[in-house]
Design a protein around this ligand. Sequence first.
Ligand SMILES: [Zn+2]
Length: 357
Amino acid sequence: MTAVSICKKCILTSGTPGITFDRNGICNYCLKYIPMKVEGEAKLAAILERFRNGKGKYDCMVCVSGGRDSTYTLWKVAHDYKMKVLAVNYKNPFTSGQARENIQRSVRTLKVDFYDWEFPNDAHRIATAKALKAWSHHPSSALIPIVCMHCKTIWPTLYRIARDYGIPLIVVGTNPLETASFKRSGMGGARYYHKLSFLPRLIGKSVGELIKNPRYLTKCSWAMILKMYLCAGHNSPYLRWRFKDIEVVRLFDYLRWNEKEVMTTITDNLGWQKSAEVQSPWRFDCRLDYIRRLMYEATVGVTELRDLFSKMIREGMISRDEALVRIEAEDKISEAIAGSVLSDMGMKMADLNLDKH
Ligand SMILES: [Zn+2]
């Protein structure tokens, strides 16, 4: 039998967790793919209308990161739908300079009020360095998300900001194609965007991995890890229970996400730019993502960008040939750039132990 190295339809490789190929060389992820569905613009307009001109100063809050999808969401809600918006940004210490510029230019151009906040005492950066060090002793793909635990615990604060300002609606620009399908295999994550991660399996798997690497127990905050599992995502059952009075709408549940349309709109109207330090216009807003890519590459041999392109092929958004060219260029992170992210935490590439896996 000849080993299939890459799916004939998408660009997932044979190293992808849980992958199998049929006799035509098509992978199971392609064969079982459920196409993206959207609710339609009319429904979105009706929801926004319901919140327009409420009692408070703002009709809604939009969460912005300086990346392309949240910038587009801000444009749509503030410009096209003319909602009174409070733009809110979590000041992630790994935010790229370009992302900050994108945020500032967007809120200025759209004349929307802006609010940002951060965890005190450099807690995010310090905890990330500890999590990376713990991870490097026993690299496990299942525990890569722990590196991002602060960002996974921002939702309680976002809800609180909304409540403090009397804002009943939060609009987010999560990309529906972003839920990496390969994470479900062996990691317990959600394969499909519209399905929640299977929490007991996710926690079971993670606890197993945590026990294998006791450094997490001693070096990282258990309260934070627990909070991460309870509050990851705006629709976690715990948060829905605590903040019943606030509705969250995902723009791309209603409007079909379209890379070209997103990029053209924000570039032309808001002067949005990607960071010059990487080729990909996706996820440069947090520079820690560069390191995550290297971690996924080393442990599962496939990155989230490869998964995203594979979904875009299945959706008919790009050709396989185009994806193959783009992945070559866009998935590369230079050692110098990765090194500079790590040096902000007093670390260097060798500390990650990536070559050993
Ligand atoms: Zn495939």
